[in-house]
Ligand binder design. Structure first.
Ligand code: MN
Length: 272
């Protein structure tokens, strides 16, 4: 996105950081991530004999095809998701092991009618948070057994951390029939900071601490590494993945038209 002539009104200028770690207990890192404009994605794979690792890597491969495009629509994302789902379904057919599956959670920077937007997609229990105006807000809603219990008033957010079913997802890509993701569209503002992370972070680090780190550490790469370190310090019982996307600017439609207007005034004066 360095060529200023190719920047359209509404384009979000993004500075990103990312980090992943196998953790202190698991043998394999089955998480995969992608942090290249305009896709900021975490996939948390599941299934025996490296099936999870392969499933999450397939998601990254399919979405990597969309890298560099600044006006993606939900349809483009849904198409890539279906392609990844088909491929994961095929590896599950070839295996006698537990079916391969993965969460798919992302923020996509896009523009519509000269305005910048984030598209948020979630399938499973990885999460998207937005940090803006000094406060952290969870955007995505987990597809998990504990989330359903919380919504029914049968479990507290604190209780969910230690619940025996805390790793059970109710939707995922490739595993079982329920594969429909949720989508949100959020108008982008300069200064927005979006966090995408696997449950290896949120299972170990409380939201209030995540908020502090995002408020204090300006550099997205350093902030991502710090969050992963905190999860390790608290036990690192799962693979940990963190992607941070900062909107350093959102190109305004007004500034483009003002520039054009000034140019024509100058030209008119030259003619006289
Ligand atoms: Mn996980």
């Amino acid at each position: 996105m360095n060529d200023s002539e190719s920047v359209h009104a509404g384009t979000i200028m993004v500075s990103a950081g990312s980090h992943t770690d196998v953790g202190l207990v698991r043998q394999v890192n089955e998480d995969s991530l992608l942090a290249e404009f305009p896709i900021y994605l975490v996939a948390d794979g599941m299934g025996g004999h490296q099936a999870g690792e392969v499933a999450s890597a397939i998601v990254v491969e399919e979405f990597a095809r969309l890298v560099g495009r600044d006006n993606l629509a939900v349809e483009d994302l849904h198409e890539a998701l279906e392609e990844a789902g088909d491929r994961i379904g095929m590896i599950s057919q070839d295996s006698d092991e537990r079916a391969a599956g993965t969460t798919v959670t992302m923020v996509v920077a896009t523009r519509l009618h000269g305005r910048g937007y984030w598209i948020v997609m979630n399938l499973g229990d990885s999460r998207v948070y937005r940090f803006a105006d000094e406060s952290l807000e969870q955007v995505s809603i987990d597809h998990s057994v504990v989330q359903e219990l919380i919504e029914r008033g049968e479990l507290s957010v604190t209780g969910a951390r230690t619940h025996p079913y805390r790793h059970m997802v109710t939707r995922a890509l490739g595993a079982g029939p329920a594969q429909m993701p949720d989508y949100w569209t959020i108008p982008a503002e300069k200064g927005d900071r979006l966090l995408v992370c696997s449950d290896g972070l949120t299972g170990e680090v409380e939201d209030s601490i995540i908020e502090e780190v995002l408020a204090e550490i300006e550099d997205p790469q350093l902030a991502a590494e710090t969050l992963v370190e905190l999860a390790l310090k608290n036990g690192g019982r799962d693979n940990i993945s963190v992607v941070i996307a900062d909107a350093t600017d959102v190109i305004l439609a007004e500034s483009a038209s003002t520039a054009t207007a000034l140019t024509s005034i100058v030209d008119a004066e030259h003619l006289e």
